[in-house]
Ligand binder design. Structure first.
Ligand code: 13P
Ligand code: SF4
Length: 313
């Protein structure tokens, strides 16, 4: 097999060329390595990336992210080839919920609506009424006007955050993101004592004790928007460190402080330029979803996307 070789710049040129030949679109999440974000056609949060996947005219989507993201693109775009350059890049939180266990919980709470975080498998999406991301979770739960009970799967921290904005009973799944859940309030407090004027921006995957320390709770795209629209010299950023690439690109004169060295998602860092080139050259590894699961899972994704589109108008 012919590998893309050489330094980053020449690899990026090779990727650009082969991408045009194959009519491919390269999507990357904000947690991806810097050079992957630099090379991608579109960088975004989970919501923005799903919207791009749903709307593209490309024949091939190269998803620089983790498995559930490529799987969501495969659900939304059955006629396109969806590639995940590193097939073992998963999301430990998504792996904490399975279809069988969710069906059991639904039997326990037959009157509850099921809201799944997009960080979940196709099978879990197929068992859910509607999907959400961290950018729209509150709005999605509030849209369920016919329900008093909601099963929220799999992120207990995002579910807990949503419960602050609704009278509904939120039944939490015991899943969590290992990267965000390990954060301790003392670590944030230490950063704050070093930069007392810096606002603290927290992702809702963090534990409630950390969320309690700020009123600025945002998805990754929400953080980027807040920083662009405000004028501080320093910001304390409580999410995965990959976001620093876009923060710095948008705001070269501002400073960003991460309160923990451990704010790194190992799976997000598995993508390399070599793997992207090889994926385009060999049109593999491909991510597919069986049609029976896809037909059900697409409904929960489309319901979420419809809410996103309504809010734009
Ligand atoms: P968002 O970019 O949608 O905030 O998601 C964060 C995340 O953990 C993705 O895996
Ligand atoms: Fe999953 Fe957390 Fe990594 Fe996002 S940061 S992919 S939620 S493990």
């Amino acid at each position: 097999m012919q590998h893309g070789t050489g330094n980053n710049e020449s690899l990026m040129q090779q990727i650009k060329k082969i991408k045009q030949e194959k009519n491919a679109l390269i999507l990357a999440h904000y947690y991806q390595p810097d050079e992957i974000q630099e090379m991608a056609d579109f960088i975004g949060d989970s919501l923005g990336l799903s919207q791009q996947a749903a709307d593209t005219n490309a024949d091939v989507i190269v998803f620089c992210g983790v498995h559930f993201m490529a799987e969501s693109a495969a659900i939304l775009c059955p006629d396109k080839l969806v590639l995940l350059p590193e097939p073992t890049a998963g999301c430990p939180m998504a792996d904490m919920a399975g279809g069988e266990a969710l069906r059991k919980m639904k039997d326990q709470y037959p009157k509850a609506a099921v809201v799944c975080y997009i960080n979940s498998s196709a099978e879990v999406k197929a068992e859910s009424d509607i999907c959400c991301t961290s950018a729209n979770a509150v709005k999605v739960v509030q849209s369920l006007t016919d329900y008093e009970q909601v099963i929220f799967v799999p992120d207990r921290n995002l579910g807990h955050y949503v419960s602050r904005f609704t009278e509904k009973e939120i039944i939490l799944w015991e899943g969590f993101c290992p990267t965000h859940d390990q954060l301790k309030p003392e670590e944030i407090a230490a950063a704050k004592s070093q930069y007392p004027d810096a606002p603290i921006l927290v992702h809702p995957e963090a534990p409630p004790s950390v969320v309690d320390m700020t009123e600025h709770v945002f998805s990754t795209s929400g953080m980027l928007k807040y920083v662009k629209e405000t004028n501080h010299a320093n910001y304390i950023i409580v999410t995965e460190k990959g976001i620093k690439y876009q923060l710095k690109k948008d705001n070269p004169d501002k400073h960003f402080w991460f309160p923990s060295e451990r704010l790194v998602c190992r799976d997000m860092k598995l993508t390399t330029l070599d793997k992207v080139f090889n994926a385009l050259e060999t049109l593999s590894p491909q991510i597919t979803v069986s049609s029976d699961i896809r037909m059900k899972a697409i409904q929960s994704l489309n319901r979420m996307l419809a809410i996103g589109r309504e809010s734009k108008n």
